[in-house]
Design a protein around this ligand. Structure first.
Ligand code: XMP
Length: 315
């Protein structure tokens, strides 16, 4: 049985021992990095610089909401606007592992720049067990390189500290509730963000399409849950596929993009079952997506694959 109070005490003591000089912490606004930040803040508040990178791959309104939340948590926060740098580095990159490595490396370069500004020696990250297990971790095959693990460049100069390394998502949520963190029950969102939900060539337009599609999926499933029709899935989102198909807009032929909707039930993200969503809700999602991003998306499909054999994200 997981003893949350004991975990918090031990983690704070271990962080006090490990961090004796200025440290930076990578905050994405998600539950993992927010828990890591609060623990580190409790341990060595005065030494901690919290860095949030706006990659351009965040969800609708997310950056503003996160900035507000991290400031409210009393963290010493720097926001780095880096969307142009990420898009430039990812130009022409379509292979999923390559994409993850480029993103991981860009994150580290940005953290190193911040490190130099404040003279930090280490980087605290909210890595949890599935992140390094699925990144290989010396035990299993690499399923995907999580941006905060397998994407780390070999020549990095920062020492990495990972207080949540042995926890699974359900345990992190217990710690988050214990620490009264507002995002404790927020659905997971991958570190590389919408970049891994935009299959094929990344462009600001395609990322905007998937941002809007994810927003629609969230709104419609949350509304359906409020109407008592469904349990809220563990994770629910949209991805844009590298497949175009023929459709018709008005009387005109359209050769448009394909969006896939995914919703799954899971406990810890290690395995998952696709969620059964009422057809009326799926239809509303499909209509909203094809209408909102007119001329661009003309086909919406629903993913009915469990994990395994699929993974939750498409890349
Ligand atoms: P998959 O797609 O491997 O994902 O079934 C399992 C869970 O992990 C999330 N995920 C990530 N989280 N960095 C993260 O912090 C990443 O690079 C990353 N990739 C996937 C995914 O959204 C799901 O909840």
């Amino acid at each position: 049985m997981f003893d949350v109070a004991e975990f918090v005490d031990e983690a704070v003591s271990a962080l006090k021992e490990k961090i004796t000089e200025t440290a930076i912490i990578a905050c994405s606004g998600g539950v993992d990095s927010s828990v890591a930040a609060l623990l580190a803040n409790q341990a060595v508040g005065g030494l901690l610089h919290c860095v949030y990178v706006d990659t351009g791959f965040m969800r609708k309104n997310e950056t503003e909401e996160i900035e507000e939340m991290l400031a409210e948590m009393g963290l010493n926060l720097t926001v780095v606007k880096a969307a142009d740098r990420f898009f430039e580095a990812l130009e022409g990159v379509t292979e999923p592992e390559h994409k993850r490595k480029v993103i991981g490396e860009m994150f580290i370069r940005i953290f190193e720049e911040e490190q130099q500004k404040v003279g930090a020696k280490c980087l605290v990250q909210g890595t949890i067990a599935p992140d390094w297990i699925e990144s290989g971790g010396g035990v299993r095959d690499t399923i995907k390189s999580h941006h905060n693990v397998g994407g780390l460049p070999e020549d990095m100069t920062l020492e990495v500290v990972e207080p949540l390394r042995d926890l699974y998502k359900d345990e992190v949520r217990i710690v988050a509730r214990h620490l009264a963190i507002s995002v404790a029950d927020r659905q997971p969102f991958p570190g590389p963000g919408l970049a891994v939900r935009c299959l094929g060539e990344l462009s600001p337009h395609r990322v905007e399409v998937v941002r809007e599609a994810c927003h629609i999926v969230e709104e419609e499933l949350e509304a359906s849950h409020e109407r008592g029709e469904i349990e809220i899935p563990w994770q629910y989102f949209a991805a844009i596929l590298p497949v175009r198909s023929v459709g018709v807009h008005g009387d005109v032929r359209a050769y448009g993009e394909t969006v896939v909707v995914r919703a799954v039930a899971s406990l810890d993200g290690m395995s998952a079952r696709y969620s059964e969503i009422p057809h009326s809700v799926l239809e509303k999602i499909s209509t909203r997506i094809t209408n909102t991003v007119k001329g661009s998306v003309n086909r919406v499909v629903y993913d009915i694959t469990h994990k395994p054999p699929g993974t939750i994200e498409w890349e």
